[in-house]
Design a protein around this ligand. Structure first.
Ligand code: GLC
Length: 742
């Protein structure tokens, strides 16, 4: 629709119709049966009239369903403005990819972009217009359950992924391609104090700008159409009411002119935060902050009209919000075709598109991290030794993690099923051994969803004893034990904060019992965050971190176990020795008493008296079946002018006996600044495939822009001085060089 027509449409709307465009409601409000709407509407406190005027739908997806809702909505609508359908398609829809923390470990934005193009095609065919993704909150505290959804702890890597995901989802929206993306959660939700869900976030503006904001800005710069406000406070003001964040930074500084939507019920939560006395004041604060869409409360629907009538909000302000929403609907072509991509036939094609599963398989293989491989026990040779696959994840389809809510995991193959395709009966047996959790009560009222068949305590005890017995016998029969353990799906993800990140005691006990049989043990971990493996690692000869791996997880992990794929995953969030170290991150300041170099007596240094300062597995770490060596680090100059750059070259040699991929990582350090600077900062990285014995020269370019930071007076600039350059296959084992920025 031409913009002037769109403007005429806006001007033709009544105030109630305008306010309707600012409301997002869930699917239960759009039931064909009017009576069914009364319940949800009453519960929410929204008038039926405003329900019929609402402008977007939360978490409804499916070609038939979205078409049916759109059709009946438009029939009743005077203004004929189509509904926007939005849902959480975070890391896959029907084909599910690894959780983003696993995708991050692939260090492969290119493949992620391709994968998100495929995700976009599936979701578009199901009538989706906007996805609440990418989630690019920086995460440094593994106690927080939503580490699962983030690419990791580094601003540069998260920014690369933000760009790749936005471009993958949106393609060329104006050409009726892709779906709109919504970057979240703006801002710094991942810094919730103590890793406790929805907790306070409080940090300096310098840290916010330097570490937590870049990935959101990368999404905005990539053309992301929407931004979602986070639940948390930023400098004491909840993001949803934070005018500095939403208007000064996002709209004025970054030039974002898209749509801002709240997180779920976040406007009403301003009351609990204590910044609004009631829903009217909460609505005023959110509107003044620049929030366009109120997700799932009655605040905007019931309070905006009185606020306009009382002159506390201008109708112009309302118009600006409605205009942004109309522009998005227009950009998606909804006025010409309200059903856009929704097509049952196209759905069937996309859901069964073999390239999607091939992409998922490749990305899943690249996401898995080989943490340990004592005596090169891996890869296993098929049908060489007798393999016992044991554990609650041995034959489980629950491999897609918490935020793949629209997928059907019954289509997933289990590790047992795939392994049985690879090994013959003489060389393969499987037994469960134990439940993922013995007690589901910590999972709260969702736990019952996973309770399985009802059983008495006595029946449960008998079942567990029999399963345990079978597992021990199966392991006793075997030459090699593959043990598939990990987190329950509800232990990670939203509202999954935990203070104990170790395997459940009964899983640990099973591992130790297996070890007592004196056979090599390969531990497979299915989890959504870094775990504390200090007491677990000694009992395993090899450890494969497989995350919640998605639809292709079983196939991918078997390819890795049997050497069809050489693991190349490298952690993008370190694994702590213990929870007490958290938050823990590599990009840390040196402190005045650094353990490594302080001249104080051994006690009076920045350290713990009962634990190392270091992670058990650092950022950038991962093993492969080949080995590689870096050498010959060279800089094109050791004195760099501000208007020039430095070329960094390094040689990588595959010293192993199989081809493989490494992630060569470039870090710098600014030794002296007007503010203290991190001991290491990732600046660039690349994946390098080499054949056995092959040498390759890799080069990076360091520009002056890469050396900028928020200086003492908060200008974003570089400062002259000495810099370190570090190149490694992880963040610890690095080659070093120095240069002077003059
Ligand atoms: C949830 C999440 C957010 C999600 C939204 C809609 O509470 O915080 O990430 O997009 O609600 O489901």
């Amino acid at each position: 629709m031409q913009e002037e027509k769109l403007k005429e449409l806006l001007d033709s709307l009544t105030l109630k119709e305008k306010i309707g465009q600012l409301i997002q409601l869930s699917g239960d409000f759009y039931s064909e049966d009017e009576a069914l709407k009364v319940g949800p509407a009453g519960k929410l406190g929204i008038s039926p009239e405003m329900v019929d005027l609402s402008g977007s739908v939360l978490n409804v997806i499916g070609a038939e369903k979205t078409k049916q809702i759109q059709e009946s909505y438009l029939k009743k609508s005077r203004h004929k403005i189509p509904l926007l359908f939005m849902a959480d398609i975070i890391y896959g829809y029907k084909t599910v990819y690894p959780i983003p923390l696993g995708m991050g470990a692939a260090w492969d934005p290119g493949l992620v972009k391709e994968s998100y193009e495929a995700i976009s095609d599936e979701a578009k065919a199901s009538g989706l217009h906007v996805t609440f993704s990418p989630m690019v909150d920086l995460v440094r505290d593994a106690r927080w359950g939503r580490c699962l959804e983030s690419p990791g702890e580094d601003p540069v890597l998260n920014s690369r992924y933000a760009k790749a995901m936005v471009e993958g989802f949106q393609k060329n929206l104006s050409e009726n391609e892709g779906i709109a993306s919504c970057v979240k959660h703006f801002a710094a939700y991942g810094a919730a104090e103590a890793g406790r869900e929805y907790n306070t976030v409080d940090m300096s503006e310098r840290r916010l700008r330097e570490e937590y904001l870049p990935s959101y800005k990368a999404a905005v710069d990539a053309g992301c159409e929407m931004v979602m406000t986070s639940f948390n406070t930023v400098d004491g003001i909840p993001a949803t009411a934070n005018q500095w964040l939403m208007d000064d930074v996002l709209r004025k500084e970054w030039g974002f002119d898209g749509v801002i939507i709240t997180d779920y019920a976040a406007i009403a939560e301003l009351i609990a935060h204590g910044v609004a006395a009631d829903e009217k004041e909460a609505s005023l604060l959110a509107m003044n902050a620049g929030v366009d869409i109120d997700m799932k409360t009655a605040c905007y629907s019931e309070q905006l009209q009185p606020l306009v009538e009382e002159g506390k909000i201008s109708e112009k302000k309302i118009d600006e919000a409605v205009w942004r929403i109309l522009k998005l609907k227009n950009k998606l072509g909804l006025f010409e075709n309200p059903f856009r991509g929704a097509s049952p036939q196209k759905e069937a094609e996309e859901f069964s598109n073999p390239t999607h599963h091939a992409l998922a398989r490749k990305l899943t293989e690249e996401s898995m991290v080989l943490l340990k491989n004592e005596d090169k026990i891996l890869p296993l040779v098929p049908n060489d030794k007798k393999v016992a696959l044991i554990g609650p994840y041995a034959d489980s389809k629950s491999l897609i993690g918490l935020w793949a809510v629209h997928a059907d995991e019954s289509n997933n193959k289990t590790i047992q099923e795939v392994m049985a395709e690879t090994l013959d009966k003489e060389h393969f047996r499987c037994a469960k051994g134990c439940d993922i959790l013995e007690d589901l009560s910590p999972l709260g009222d969702f736990g019952f969803l996973f309770a399985g068949a009802p059983e008495s305590d006595e029946e449960k005890r008998a079942r567990l004893a029999a399963e345990h017995q079978e597992a021990m016998e199966t392991a006793d029969w075997a030459d090699v034990i593959v043990l598939a353990l990990g987190e329950h799906v509800l232990q990670s993800g939203e509202a999954g904060s935990r203070t104990n990140l170790r395997l459940p005691e009964h899983q640990q006990k099973l591992l130790e019992e297996m070890k007592s049989l004196g056979k090599p043990i390969v531990l497979l971990l299915v989890n959504g965050r870094p775990l504390v493996l200090s007491e677990t690692e000694p009992f395993a000869d090899a450890i494969v971190e497989m995350w919640f791996p998605g639809s292709e997880g079983a196939a991918a992990v078997c390819n890795i176990l049997f050497g069809k794929a050489n693991p190349s995953g490298r952690l993008t969030m370190g694994f702590p020795e213990t929870e007490g170290q958290l938050p823990l991150y590599y990009r840390a300041l040196n402190t005045g008493r650094p353990l490594a170099t302080s001249t104080h007596s051994s006690r009076f240094m920045s350290r713990y008296t009962d634990c190392s300062n270091d992670p058990k597995y650092p950022f950038g770490y991962g093993l492969s079946y080949h080995t590689s060596v870096l050498s010959n680090l060279k800089l094109s100059t050791d004195r760099m002018k501000k208007d020039s750059c430095i070329t960094v070259t390094v040689t990588i040699e595959n010293t192993g006996d199989v081809s493989g991929c490494d992630v060569v990582q470039l870090y710098t350090r600014d030794f002296v600044g007007s503010v203290a600077r991190p001991i290491l900062e990732l600046k660039d990285f690349c994946r390098v495939v080499t054949e056995p014995g092959e040498k390759k020269q890799i080069s990076f370019v360091i520009t002056e822009e890469m050396l900028r930071f928020y200086t003492k007076n908060m200008t974003f600039a570089s400062e002259p001085g000495r810099f370190g350059v570090y190149v490694g296959l992880n963040s610890v084992d690095v080659l070093k060089a120095e240069f002077e920025l003059i």
